[in-house]
Write a protein that binds this ligand. Structure first.
Ligand code: XIL
Length: 344
């Protein structure tokens, strides 16, 4: 059995792909991707700074390759992400005098970006993270330029543009620290508002960048249930379970300010057996929860394939040795893979 075959009646099992995997430069990695997963998402190459670095100048080479790989393997291919405040080109909000663009111009730019990208992959990309990370843990809207210029309405607008370009693609709102009560409340309100206005939203993406203590299983379960009650599917979109100490309480914004400290990197020479066991048990607990709520969950996607390539080595503290994924630094399946397969 493989991950995807074990869970085929429950939910899609996905992985994020970096450029080397998209270009299939390592045979062993490509084999794992094709054998174990039935869904893929691009880790970076579909973000707006890469797709449209200058206004009207699109770069599709990497994204085309990514989408072709999904077609070749008959995978449920996900586009990440159309509208996000980060990894976004500078020109997006600036007019020719260096000032903020007007609401009308920003709408036009959003529409053009979304229409161009979604139309190109119509029928091939099956689901889009339309808007990413727009709501804070306390339930307030992130004060991004999108929000400053267009207010809350930028979110429904983005969904409307995406729906126009590919009426059949699934459309998602994606966010991190998705178990915070304030965030749940505002996301649910936003989902209901769009639905009442006939603007389609099919799912909420719960990123699931979790660690050994946060969130609790109870917090996570509550979030899954609340999002599902709003009438959308739940996608676990960027799952990784870090074994390293977390430097923060609640806010990802401290990330830039955290300095490297050896105490923050205790497992440079390998992961002790007892820590790995705790890590396995916590992963199992999460998968038990996903199975319990499989009627609500459409997809579980890992944020990367192997530990060597995981963004968790550099976030929120740079230069660490983390062990957050199912395949080790030699690209071998860890014991957790068999355990998760048996659980299904
Ligand atoms: C991360 C990538 O993994 C890194 O390679 C990149 O340098 C920064 O972005 N939330 C998201 C993802 O929605 O797009 C982010 O991916 C991780 C956090």
């Amino acid at each position: 059995a493989t991950l995807k075959s074990a869970y085929q009646n429950d939910f899609f099992i996905g992985t994020a792909l970096g450029l080397s995997q998209i270009y299939e430069s390592d045979k062993q990695e490509s084999k794992i991707v094709a054998n174990q997963f039935n869904s893929i998402v691009a880790e970076n190459c579909m973000k707006s700074m890469f797709l449209q670095p200058q206004e009207g100048q699109f770069f599709f080479e990497d994204a085309d390759k990514f989408v072709a790989l999904g077609e070749k393997n008959k995978m449920f291919t996900i586009g990440h992400t159309l509208i996000w405040h980060s990894q976004l080109p500078d020109w997006f909000f600036i007019d020719k005098n260096g000032k903020d663009v007007s609401p009308e111009v920003l709408k036009q730019r959003m529409k053009n970006h979304i229409h161009t990208v979604v139309t190109r992959y119509k029928g091939k990309v099956k689901g889009w993270d339309v808007v990413n990370e727009a709501i804070m843990e306390d339930g307030s809207y992130r004060k991004s330029k999108f929000y400053e210029i267009l207010g809350e309405e930028f979110i429904p607008l983005a969904f409307k543009y995406a729906q126009e370009a590919d009426p059949k693609a699934e459309l998602y709102y994606n966010d991190y620290n998705e178990w915070h009560l304030g965030k749940i409340e505002t996301v649910v309100k936003m989902v209901k508002n769009m639905k009442s206005r006939g603007i389609r939203i099919d799912g909420v993406g719960m990123q699931a960048h979790v660690d050994m203590t946060s969130p609790t299983l109870a917090e996570y379960e509550k979030a899954i249930v609340k999002y599902a009650q709003a009438g959308v599917k739940v996608n676990i979109t960027e799952l990784d379970l870090s074994v390293l100490p977390s430097p923060w309480g609640t806010s990802a914004n401290v990330a830039d300010k955290v300095e490297y400290d050896e105490k923050m990197n205790p497992y440079v020479n390998g992961l002790p057996k007892d820590v790995e066991e705790k890590w396995e048990n916590r992963y199992m607990d999460f998968f038990k929860l996903f199975l319990k709520h499989k009627d609500k969950i459409r997809r579980v996607t890992f944020w990367g394939l192997t530990d060597s390539q995981s963004w968790k080595n550099d976030f929120p503290v740079k230069g660490r040795t983390d062990y957050a994924l199912f395949f080790d630094r030699k690209c071998e399946a860890k014991p957790i893979v068999e355990k998760i397969i048996k659980l299904a």
